[in-house]
Write a new protein. Structure first.
Length: 395
């Protein structure tokens, strides 16, 4: 496995002495999330929120975006937390929509099938044994395999499959691999696991730099499949570290360990997590690119902070007690989540509102800058759920 630099955590003492979140703090925060989900159920009805808010209000769309699974995931989290049937009923109607989408191949010619189907349909199968959800998720796994390049050993992110200009993968895809691992476990067919393993190995080798920061995207040579160059699509520049991409790695690595039981990537995780923690501002919620810090007049990305918290929670079970950073990561996760609760969570309930403020979708395009976004809402709720109980991930 690739060796990367592992920085010493500069604020280790602060994290070690972070005050643990109380049950009351967590419960109050989760109850506020549930109240907003209820309001948004009436607002979205059986349709879906756009990926990010516009003027802090979600536009309503059909099931066509790569982000639609996050809303259904929030419904499942709400059902698990409250056991109220209304959440389950709407989530299952969403499952019908996802089944229709994959059966008719509606906007699925990309790699984000895990974001779409792990949170909507794998979750429904895990929680209820729903057969329609199982079939939809297996069809989605098959669709994801159509992005596989044997030459180069990677799942292509976007664009026409035969396009040399799109011969690339992105770090986000680490979060789509659990769909393939689940498909092998469920179907008994090892092909999904094999491709997930091979993509993860390619991604670990090339999209993560020697200093443990991450490129957003990495291009392979379309002629021979050899590594070509790293670049950005969402980050500030090619050699900076896009915060959400770094967070995808912090969460994606332990999810891979969950399925493979191969912990040889622990040092890769330590490198990525330490790099992230060393570039946090005073209030511990990262700017949208880790090149920025306090005084930069740039926007935060609260969603990246929430993703990283979930990753630290997931990784905790795979770190031995003699790992020097284990307790530091535990404290960091608590401290970052407390900052999200106190400074970034919405303090009102209004139909169409986001739960988590101050996120960034795409700075370069100006889309969703200093707005809410639906994956930020989801990962914030997941972080709270993980902190409140022993929770089995949908991933």
């Amino acid at each position: 496995m690739k060796q990367v630099n592992i920085e010493t955590i500069q604020r280790a003492e602060q994290f070690l002495h972070a005050t643990p979140l109380s049950k009351a703090e967590l419960t109050t925060a989760m109850d506020a999330c549930i109240a907003q989900v209820r309001a948004n159920m009436d607002y979205f009805k059986e349709r879906f929120p756009f990926s990010c808010t516009k003027d802090l209000r979600y536009p309503i769309i059909d099931n066509i975006e790569w982000t639609d699974g996050f809303w259904t995931g929030m419904l499942w989290l709400s059902y698990e937390y409250t056991k109220e049937e209304q959440f389950k009923e709407l989530a299952l109607r969403n499952v019908d929509s996802f089944y229709h989408r994959i059966k008719h191949k509606i906007a699925v010619d990309h790699h984000d099938l895990g974001f779409l189907y792990s949170l909507s349909c794998v979750s429904a199968y895990r929680l209820l044994g729903d057969e329609k959800a199982k079939q939809a998720a297996l069809m989605a796994a098959d669709q994801l395999l159509t992005r596989w390049h044997e030459k180069g050993e990677f799942l292509q992110a976007w664009g026409p499959f035969d396009s040399k200009d799109h011969y690339r993968f992105i770090i986000d895809c680490m979060m789509n691999l659990p769909l393939l691992y689940w498909a092998s476990e469920t179907s008994g067919d090892p092909k999904y696991r094999d491709i997930a393993n091979r993509h993860f190995a390619t991604s670990s080798a090339y999209v993560i730099r020697d200093d443990a920061s991450a490129f957003h995207t990495f291009y392979m040579n379309p002629e021979n499949g050899a590594p070509d160059h790293g670049a950005t699509h969402q980050g500030y520049r090619d050699d900076s570290a896009w915060a959400r991409g770094q967070a995808w790695g912090i969460y994606g690595i332990p999810l891979n360990i969950r399925y493979t039981k191969d912990d040889s990537t622990k040092d890769l995780y330590r490198g990525m997590c330490n790099y992230f923690l060393n570039r946090l501002p005073q209030d511990l919620v990262c700017y949208w690119d880790l090149i920025f810090n306090d005084g930069s007049n740039q926007s935060r990305d609260s969603s990246a902070a929430a993703i990283a918290v979930c990753g630290m929670h997931e990784m905790d079970q795979y770190l031995s007690e003699d790992c020097v950073e284990k307790k530091v990561y535990q404290g960091a996760a608590q401290a970052i989540l407390r900052s999200l609760i106190q400074n970034y969570a919405q303090n009102r309930v209004k139909p169409g509102d986001p739960i988590l403020l101050h996120g960034v979708y795409s700075w370069h395009s100006g889309k969703g800058v200093d707005e809410g976004n639906i994956w930020g809402d989801y990962f914030y709720m997941e972080a709270l759920m993980r902190s409140l109980k022993q929770w089995e991930p949908y991933w």
